[in-house]
Ligand binder design. Structure first.
Ligand code: TRP
Ligand code: SF4
Length: 328
């Protein structure tokens, strides 16, 4: 398409998107739309690998995710936006790739090893969880991606994808390019409790939050822990609220706040209030677009159907070649 290089990336629909997702991945994707032929999809089958016991929320999350994407500026005209499970070809390619993928490649996958120990409340000893990167490889090479924008934690999966593509090419003929990981910056923002922002830590500000919810979440944020009283001088360098100011408040005001904080001339309540209002203003266009799409369910359905049709066309061509290469 227009001689642009193709990139492919996906997100698991595990809940509403938050500022960490926006500043980490999504704003990057929005920028990349100018330069690349982008295929972005919602990896709902991948959401099953760890959440297979209760699947009741997945389809709602898929829809909400598409609305979040459209609201932040992913464009169904510039990019191909689709849902993994609607393209059954992914399952077929996954099956074929699983035949040629040595199990030790999967067992030594660092992301797998980490999660198996970290996530204790779920039984992850399933074939699907071990095979997660094989499905991911199918997602990526299906569209002959040149690049895969991902965070650091996903780099091993792109590496396995390259190995699987290489092995397929070696066994059956050269049809897949080896994709490269394109590292997205890690978000310069933490959750309200200073841990990594995550839905499961209950420390997130969601793109879909109302102004009132943002105000009350910001009011509860941890500030400089050494600053006990309004009359104590604070240190903005260790204050998470100040990190948000650096993103959402104009540079001049940021300087003033820094100075006032160090001299106990501003209280944390007031300081948070300023930040909350700036954050609310920054998210306003996203909120407005979300309202637009929420009021038009048919439009969202059509966008999903259209994106899936475009993706399926490419997937069908790839699978034709795959089937003839493996002679089945
Ligand atoms: N594993 C990715 C994640 O958890 C999601 C994903 C699935 C993906 N398939 C993909 C990312 C293909 C990039 C390309 O974030
Ligand atoms: Fe943080 Fe602002 Fe309080 Fe200073 S005044 S500690 S920057 S919230």
């Amino acid at each position: 398409m227009n001689g642009k290089k193709r990139i492919v990336s996906g997100m698991r629909p595990t809940g509403p998107l938050h500022l960490g997702n926006l500043l980490g991945a999504l704003s990057n994707w929005v920028e990349m739309q100018k330069e690349y032929d982008c295929f972005f999809f919602i990896a709902d089958w991948h959401a099953l690998t760890s959440n297979y016991e209760d699947t009741s929320a997945v389809s709602d999350y898929v829809r909400q995710m598409m609305i979040d994407w459209l609201s932040v500026g992913l464009s169904d005209e510039k990019s191909t936006l689709f849902v993994q499970s609607h393209i059954k070809e992914h399952a077929e390619l996954f099956l074929i790739l699983s035949m040629i993928t040595p199990v030790p490649w999967l067992e030594r996958n660092p992301t797998y090893k980490d999660q198996i120990v970290q996530i204790e409340n779920k039984d992850l000893s399933t074939f699907g969880f071990l095979g997660y990167p094989v499905l991911q490889a199918a997602d990526i090479i299906m569209y002959k991606a040149y690049g895969v924008p991902v965070g650091l934690d996903q780099v091993p999966h792109v590496e396995i994808t390259r190995e699987i593509a290489r092995r397929f090419n070696f066994l059956y003929g050269n049809i897949f390019p080896e994709p490269e990981a394109i590292l997205t910056k890690t978000p310069k923002i933490l959750g309200t409790d200073r841990r990594k922002m995550s839905k499961s830590y209950n420390n997130a500000i969601f793109l879909s939050d109302s102004p009132d919810r943002i105000r009350s979440t910001v009011a509860k944020m941890i500030t400089d822990p050494q600053r006990a009283r309004r009359s104590d001088p604070g240190n903005p360098d260790v204050c998470n609220v100040f990190e948000f100011h650096k993103i959402y408040t104009d540079a001049e005001t940021v300087d003033k706040i820094s100075h006032a904080c160090r001299n106990a001339e501003i209280g944390c309540v007031e300081c948070k209030g300023i930040m909350a209002e700036n954050l609310i203003k920054a998210l306003e266009p996203i909120r407005n677009k979300r309202e637009h799409y929420e009021a038009r369910p048919k439009l969202v359905d059509d966008i999903i159907t259209d994106g899936c049709n475009r993706a399926r066309k490419v997937a069908k061509q790839t699978m034709k070649k795959v089937r003839s290469s493996i002679k089945i």
